[in-house]
Design a protein around this ligand. Structure first.
Ligand SMILES: [Ca+2]
Ligand SMILES: [Ca+2]
Length: 264
């Protein structure tokens, strides 16, 4: 059996080392339901590297620029620039993690990510609120169950910061730069599905009729359909597109390899 093990290991290694193979979207953790690295060279289309391949585009005064948290990022002008993502059921379960990098020195409200509610249904959003000296995140299920968490600073200091918010198992949390974000960083209460028919935006309140436009930079937007741990959040925030996608592929192969060894 040893030759077979050797061939399998060699094949696996060759796969991992083949240029481009680590970009395979099919290998990414399937609880990743949106990933916008915002690394495009130019243009208005934004590529989603989750298996859902959501339609995403820059609208109004937004553009891809260099010097993001990882690679390029999007700069929004504070008057009409957003990144728009079409509605999808994948954003609307009982659990979620939303992650995004931001950099701003604006003294105005800055919605980082926003899933609309519309007339009914669930919603989730996170917004820098300098006037209240905080970042606020709300998750609301389709039955009006609501969990709200706050940081104790707006982090509008013109440096890159990473925001991650989680909801699930009747608990919401917000993390800044990989740490729980302040004294109101956790909330508990009954929480169910967030079903709705509305879309997602980066950089504004509401997507289809947007208002409250953010002035600053956003990068590496990810949405997951499960609650990520603090350790996972810290690991993910260190990675740009290529490394993040490669780790996701390797993780899957390592699991497969472990399962096969157990059968010998
Ligand atoms: Ca980027
Ligand atoms: Ca929907």
């Amino acid at each position: 059996m040893k030759w077979f093990v050797f061939v399998l290991m060699a094949t696996t290694t060759a796969f991992l080392l083949t240029p481009g193979s680590a970009q395979s979207v099919g290998g990414v953790d399937d609880s990743l339901v949106m990933y916008l690295p915002l690394d495009e060279e130019n243009g208005k289309k934004v590529e989603d590297f989750s298996e859902f391949q959501h339609d995403a585009e820059i609208r109004g005064g937004g553009k891809i620029v260099p010097d993001g948290a990882h690679g390029n990022c999007v700069q929004l002008n504070g008057t009409d620039g957003i990144v728009y993502v079409a509605d999808h059921d994948a954003f609307e379960g009982e659990q979620a993690t939303i992650e995004i990098w931001f950099k701003t020195e604006s003294q105005s409200n800055f919605p980082l990510m926003w899933k609309e509610r519309g007339a009914t249904g669930g919603d989730w959003w996170v917004r820098i609120e300098p006037g209240s000296n905080r970042i606020r995140c709300l998750f609301r299920d389709a039955g009006d169950g609501t969990l709200i968490v706050f940081t104790d600073s707006p982090y509008n200091d013109n440096a890159w910061h990473h925001m991650a918010a989680t909801v699930g198992k009747n608990t919401a949390r917000i993390y800044i730069d990989g740490e729980l974000g302040g004294k109101s960083a956790e909330a508990k209460g009954n929480f169910g599905e967030m079903k709705s028919t509305e879309s997602v935006t980066l950089g504004s309140r509401f997507a289809d009729a947007p208002d409250t436009f953010g002035d600053g930079f956003l990068d590496e937007a990810r949405v997951w359909s499960r609650v990520l741990s603090e350790e996972e959040i810290q690991a993910n925030m260190a990675l740009g597109k290529d490394d993040f996608l490669a780790v996701s592929v390797k993780g899957k192969l390592a699991t497969t390899w472990g399962d096969m060894k157990d059968t010998f």
